[in-house]
Design a protein around this ligand. Structure first.
Ligand code: SF4
Ligand code: SF4
Length: 333
């Protein structure tokens, strides 16, 4: 078994491209915030221009198409093919499983590297209580169809207090699905989830559950990625905003470098006339430069529930950048 912490890379760039914000579901923890991200659907012309803009900035870019539900966009297949034409290193579609507009018939496995399905429970009871009735069955059927057509598939499980009890059942559930990658995410308190203060998982429970389940899944040959969340004692803190190139792009033109900032008008850039324009201070990049004993400044501001303090006032641990990941695989990493 190989385990590594995925260091931030100055050279690779990740474009998290929200091509629309509309969705057929209304998940209890949805991170979309219409007041901040609008309700626009980008035209295919604009999508292509923005894809070209980021490909020019960094030829070694990965793109992840997101929404809302990106398959609700009737031109997603065109966007995917154009991203391939531009030479994006990897292309992923994140979907809630409904796979609208016959997307799997309009692209081929050569057009896209991964179709990534979101599932937040090992049973319909738990998943559908969070994501909506019928969603569990839809995801399972969607993965089956995608695999039959030869697409590489991955899954994202967003962990909160409402579903961590079922994570240990996931290795068995996914054992016959033919997934290549499994991503464990931690709930971020933004959008709808910012209204619920019962979602965050404690450090003790996180450390008790996550590494063990990740190990079990990785043993079956599936590569597992999960966020570090809590730094080990003595481990250095680094903010991805200072060293990596991650762009979270919304259809209203806002471009964030940090997903924890997405509920606020703190974006580093805006796209205007198909150019990336830096925003004046104060924006998220001013926060990235601050050094505090708790580690991540935005976690301290937005989700302080995952920090505890010693009697002398020092934080008991540092919170890692939400983009710092551990990767486990029984293949060579
Ligand atoms: S979390 Fe994703 S699938 Fe769920 S409502 Fe929001 S955009 Fe849709
Ligand atoms: S999560 Fe924290 S450490 Fe990571 S980019 Fe955002 S502000 Fe920086």
């Amino acid at each position: 078994m190989q385990k590594r912490t995925v260091a931030f890379s100055k050279h690779a760039s990740n474009l998290f491209f929200h091509i629309l914000t509309r969705c057929n579901l209304a998940c209890a923890h949805c991170y979309i915030n219409p007041a901040q991200h609008g309700s626009a659907r980008l035209s295919i012309d604009t999508i292509e221009q923005w894809l070209a803009l980021f490909a020019r900035r960094n030829p070694d870019s990965n793109v992840i198409f997101l929404g809302g539900e990106p398959t609700l966009h009737p031109d997603l297949f065109r966007a995917v093919r154009y991203a391939r034409q531009l030479g994006y290193t990897s292309i992923t579609i994140d979907t809630n499983g409904y796979l609208f507009h016959d997307i799997l018939d309009r692209i081929t496995p050569d057009d896209v590297d991964f179709i990534s399905f979101s599932l937040d429970g090992a049973t319909p009871e738990t998943n559908d209580a969070i994501r909506g009735k019928g969603c569990f069955d839809q995801v399972v059927a969607g993965i089956r169809t995608a695999r039959r057509k030869g697409f590489s598939c991955s899954m994202i499980y967003t962990v909160s207090e409402h579903n961590i009890h079922e994570l240990a059942q996931m290795p068995e559930l996914i054992s016959t699905m033919g997934l290549e990658r499994f991503f464990i995410q931690v709930i971020g308190l933004r959008g709808e989830s910012s209204k619920d203060n019962t979602l965050q998982v404690s450090r003790r429970i996180w450390l008790d559950v996550i590494p063990g389940v990740a190990h079990t899944i990785a043993e079956s040959g599936i590569t597992v990625t999960y966020p570090k969340v809590f730094l080990d004692p003595g481990q250095d803190f680094e903010c991805a905003g200072n060293v990596a190139q991650n762009y979270f792009v919304f259809p209203n033109g806002r471009v964030y470098q940090c997903p924890v900032c997405e509920d606020y008008a703190l974006h580093s850039y805006e796209i205007r006339d198909n150019e990336l324009v830096s925003m004046p201070p104060v924006n998220e990049s001013d926060l990235f430069k601050l050094s505090i004993p708790e580690g991540c400044v935005m976690n301290k501001l937005v989700q302080p529930g995952n920090i505890e303090y010693l009697p002398d006032g020092r934080p008991a641990w540092k919170i890692a950048c939400c983009l710092l990941k551990e990767e486990l695989s029984n293949r060579c990493l």
